[in-house]
Write a protein that binds this ligand. Structure first.
Ligand code: ATP
Ligand code: MG
Length: 332
């Protein structure tokens, strides 16, 4: 089967003066695209590189693939992740991963939390701060965490992004509002252990691939954040436990919250859900990633899938199979 790959590389974007140092953090590397292409070829498909943005639109019309494997993060707005699947939908081309509605919704963390909470999924209390004045009206229990409303890959999240007082919060929020040109999500801090859950499938058929606990090596767990510095230096900063070294009932509870969030947001095919326990041991939904980073070495979902008995090629194959099954087709 001819499968187009939609992607945005860090190198597609010209370096600009100013802007936050992590502004390209979400974009992919050539290594990731090459690994996907190689896995698709090994599964008997013909991979075609389509790229992202305007280049994608031209390439998809020219190549007319039978399926698009989408990892394109898009550019510019909070709906950016919806661009590629919206074009595919318009052209009637099947596409892997979630649809435009889910991708746009989940990038905005407050929107995602509202929808998840409406379905009974526990998630920390929060406030959306559009300007500094809004901080005066904040009615949350400290400590809190402050992060850009619609980013991923821990953009704007550092080890110091936890604030214990209103004054510390103000000092955190100011540079975020200036640097990331979007509102800031202020959320009650969950001081318990942190997990990320890989999910395969759609709706009722969705099931966990595995649960991974992220265990800090150098930071006291109660103050830990799986921040930008930690993700860039994960080999030294954290240990990954798959499965977590926790009682089975605890792991099941985490997986249930992840599955409930995946279903509440209408995710399709694959997704990675972040769950953290609060101080009372209640697993809370933080956010989910319907386009989880899929670098063959560093991708969290790849690490957890591999350690759960689903190596890279099988993970790519499973995503393709899920997408085709939604279209009533079996993978050739
Ligand atoms: N309410 C919270 N309580 C405790 N820790 C939090 C909270 N919100 C965020 N964090 C910490 O900050 C990290 C990054 O936050 P979050 O997952 O929201 O960002 P992201 O950039 O979307 O992540 P990803 O790399 O998964 O796309 C979390 O993994 C967690 O360690
Ligand atoms: Mg996250």
């Amino acid at each position: 089967m001819r499968i187009g790959i939609a992607f945005d590389l860090k190198s597609d974007f010209a370096p600009t003066a100013g802007g936050p140092e992590d502004r390209l953090e979400e974009y992919d590397s050539e290594e990731t695209v090459a690994a996907i292409a190689q896995a698709l070829a090994a599964l008997g498909h013909q991979p075609v590189r389509l790229g992202g943005g305007r280049r994608f639109v031209e390439a998809v019309l020219r190549a007319a693939p039978e399926l698009v494997f989408n990892i394109a993060e898009g550019h510019g707005t909070r709906s950016r992740e919806a661009h590629v699947p919206a074009v595919c939908e318009m052209l009637g081309i099947p596409v892997t991963h979630s649809d435009p509605l889910t991708l746009a919704l989940s990038l905005d963390k407050a929107m995602a939390k509202r929808v998840a909470a409406a379905q009974g999924v526990p998630t920390p209390r929060y406030s959306v701060v559009e300007d500094e004045a809004a901080l005066d009206a904040i009615d949350l229990r400290f400590p809190v965490v402050a992060k850009p409303l619609a980013e991923g890959s821990s953009m704007g999240v550092r080890l110091h992004s936890r604030a214990a007082t209103p004054e510390a919060l103000r000092a955190l929020v100011r540079p975020l509002l200036q640097g990331y040109a979007q509102p800031v999500l202020v959320e009650e801090f969950c001081a318990g252990p942190e997990f990320t859950v890989g999910v395969l499938g759609t709706g009722r058929d969705a099931r966990p691939i595995g649960v991974m606990e992220i265990v800090p090596r150098r930071t006291d767990p109660e103050h830990f954040l799986y921040s930008l510095e930690v993700k860039r230096n994960y080999a030294e900063e954290v240990e990954y436990h798959v499965p977590p070294r926790r009682p089975e009932a605890v792991v099941r509870g985490v997986a249930e919250v992840a599955l409930a969030a995946h279903r509440a947001l209408g995710c399709r095919d694959v997704c990675r859900v972040d769950v953290r326990m609060d101080a009372h041991g209640v697993p809370m939904f933080l956010e989910l990633n319907p386009l989880p980073g899929i670098n063959p070495v560093t991708g969290d979902i790849v690490i957890l899938a591999t350690r759960s008995g689903l190596p890279y090629q099988d993970l790519i194959g499973a995503i393709v199979r899920e997408a085709l099954a939604r279209h009533g087709r079996a993978a050739p």
